[in-house]
Design a protein around this ligand. Sequence first.
Ligand code: DMJ
Length: 567
Amino acid sequence: MRAPVCVALLVWLLNDAAARQFTEEEMAGIRQRIQSMFYHAYNSYLDNAFPYDELRPLTCDGQDTWGSFSLTLIDALDTLLVLGNRTEFQRVASLLQDTVDFDIDVNASVFETNIRVVGGLLSAHLLAGRAGMELEPGWPCSGPLLRMAEDAARKLLPAFQTPTGMPYGTVNLLHGVSPTETSVTCTAGVGTFILEFATLSRLTGDATFENTARRALRALWKTRSDIGLVGNHIDIVSKKWVAQDAGIGAGVDSYFEYLVKGAIMLQDEELLSMFLEYDRAIQNYTRFDDWYLWVQMHKGTVSMPVFQSLEAFWPGLQSLLGNLDSAIRTFQNYYSVWRQFGGLPEFYSIPQGYTVDKREGYPLRPELIESAMYLFRATGDHTYLQLGLDALESIEKIAKTPCGYASVKDLRDHQLDNRMESFFLAETIKYLYLLFDPTHFLHGGGAEGGGSWEEGGEEGQCVLGAGGFIFNTEAHPLDPAALYCCSRHAQDRRELRDILLSLSQPAEKSDRQSDPPAREPESPPPRQSESIALKPGEKKTPPVLSCPVQPFSARLSILGQVFSDNT
Ligand code: DMJ
C-alpha cells in the first residue's frame, strides 16, 4: 500500500474510533465529574494555600509565583460562575476586594499579570450582574472589580514607557521598571494586551490603556521580516530580533490570538489585516502536513521540526476565522500525540515521533481542550467530546493527589511536580466544562438566542451577552456588548457636554467643538457597524451587537425640547 493511502486509512480509523456518540445524560454525568475535579483542587487551595498565589499539591501548602496576589483565587473566580456557584463567587469577589493590594514591592511579569489578574478581574466585573452581586449605579461602566483591574493595569503602564512603546517583560509594582531590567521581551509579551487594555479603556472612558496596547502592536508589526514573519524574542529598545525562530508556539502564540480576537471584539480591520498577512507567511513557510514547524524568520528555513503543546490553541483560532478544514486536520495531528502519551508533552519531535529531551512535562495545559471546545461548537462532531473525556480520565489518573492536581514532570513515567498552575482552574477546567455544556450562556447565541437583559450603564440598559463572549488567553470571558454600551455612554457624555457648552456660549461654539476631549483615543475606535470580512468573498453580515440605548442623535430633539423649555 502506498504511504498516502496508509495515512488516509489511519486518519479514517482514528476518526472512526473516536466518533462514538455521547448522550445528554452522559454529558451531564461528565459535567458532574468536572465539577468534582474543580472543587477538589479549589477547596484544597483555600484550605492549604490561600493567600499564596498557588497550591503546591504534593506538600499541601502554598507559594507565591507570579506576584503575591492570591493569583489562583483571582484566576478561578469566573470559573465559579461558569459552574453555577453564585454564592461562592460573591464571597470571593468581596474577599478579594478586602485582601488584594497591588501597592507591593514585587517584580511581576507584565504579561502574566495582565492576562491572569487584569483579565480575571475584568471578567468577574462583567459577570457580577449574572452572579447576583449588588451593582453600583453605572455598572458595567464602573464597579469595584473594574477599579481593581484598573489599579493592577496602571501598575503595568511604566513598562510601556520605552522609545518604541513595546514593553519590558517585568515591572516592579511599587517602583516601576528596574534600571537593570533586560530589554529583551518575547513577542507574546509585546502583543498580548489589546483585549484587556481596550476593555479597560472602553469601560472606563480612559483611552490610555487602549492607546498603549495599540502603540506596542504597531511597533511590533513594523519589525516583521521581509518574508512576513516575526521571531521569538525582541530587544524592545533597539528593535533587533534576539531569537529569530518563527512559529506559532511558546513566546509568540497569544500575539496571533489577540490579533484575531481583538479584531472580533473591537470589529477592527487593522488587527485582522495584520493577522491575515502573518497567516499567509505562516501557511507558506511553517506548515507541513498540517503541522506547524519553527523556521528562521528571515530565510524561512526550518530551524526546529517540533510541535509544542502551547501550539494546540491554533485549531480553535482557525475555527474562529472559519478555516474549519485546516483546523480539523491540525487538531487530528495534535490529538494523535495526546493519544500516544495520555497528555501533550511540552515539545514533540515530529520526525522522531517522540518527546524532546527535558521537555517531557505536561503542566495540565488547556490548549487542546480549548480547541476541542471551539471545534465541537463549529462541527458538532463527538470526536471532540471523546478528547474531553480522555483528558478528564487521564488527569484523574495521572495528576490527582490528596490535595489537588499536580503538573506532570514527565509523561513517560508520570513523575509529578509540586505545582498546580492557576491556569488549571482558570482554563483547563473551564474549557472542559464548556465543551460538555453546549448550551452554556458563555457560548453566546446572539440576541435571538436569549441574550440577557440586565441593568447597566449610566442611563438605560445594556443587552449584555448578546454578542457572545471573547475569551482572553487565560480563558477569562469578555463581553463586547458591555464595551459597546459603555463607549456609547462615554460618547453621549461628550456630546452632551458639547451641547451644553454651545448653548451657554454660542459665540465660541465652533472653537469648543474642535477641542479634543480630555482623554480621546489617538484614533477613534472603529464604528461598530463596520463588520469585518472573515473570508474572501464572504458576505458581510449585520453586527451581532445590539444595545437598546437609543442613538444619541435620535434623542437630540427631545433634549433640545427640554433645554429650550427650561431656558
Ligand atoms: C496560560 O497562562 C495562557 O493560556 C497563556 O497564553 C499560555 N500559557 C498558559 C496555559 O498554557
